[in-house]
Design a protein around this ligand. Structure first.
Ligand code: HEC
Length: 104
């Protein structure tokens, strides 16, 4: 089985998806200002790929990622396999940028 997230995902499409769905609450990088000052518990998107394999997120997104967000009223996201691959490609790119920044 191929790893969809890395092979077919499109970073710029993933970024567009993240901007519409995730970046209202999540910052891109640790230390960035929170997009919503009321939501300070949301970890930076770049930190996901630094802390655990992003494939873990694939299933969560496919099932509807409400689990980690049960404290909050938030829309239930409906993702197609393609948009999941795009989003994961973008998150992967963010983690790599964050890792590079840390190495400097
Ligand atoms: C309405 C605000 C909001 C939106 C929109 C949102 N999140 Fe979250 N997210 C949170 C908050 C708050 C937490 C922390 C929850 C906690 O710790 O109880 C969180 C936690 C998470 C976690 C768990 C992180 C960890 O390391 O434990 C993941 C993964 C996640 N979000 C992914 C996403 C993705 C992907 C999107 C876009 C598709 C998204 N979220 C959209 C508010 C949001």
């Amino acid at each position: 089985m191929s790893r969809k997230g890395e092979e077919h995902g499109d970073v710029s499409r993933g970024q567009a998806i993240a901007e519409q769905t995730c970046l209202r609450c999540h910052a891109k990088f640790d230390g960035d200002p929170h997009p919503n000052p009321d939501i300070t518990k949301a970890p930076a998107l770049a930190s996901f790929g630094q802390r655990w394999p992003l494939e873990n997120l694939e299933e969560a997104l496919a099932e509807g990622i409400t689990v980690s967000h049960d404290q909050l009223t938030m829309p239930e996201f409906i993702f197609t396999p393609e948009s999941i691959a795009d989003l994961l490609a973008y998150l992967d790119d963010l983690s790599k940028q964050a890792n590079k920044a840390m190495a400097n």
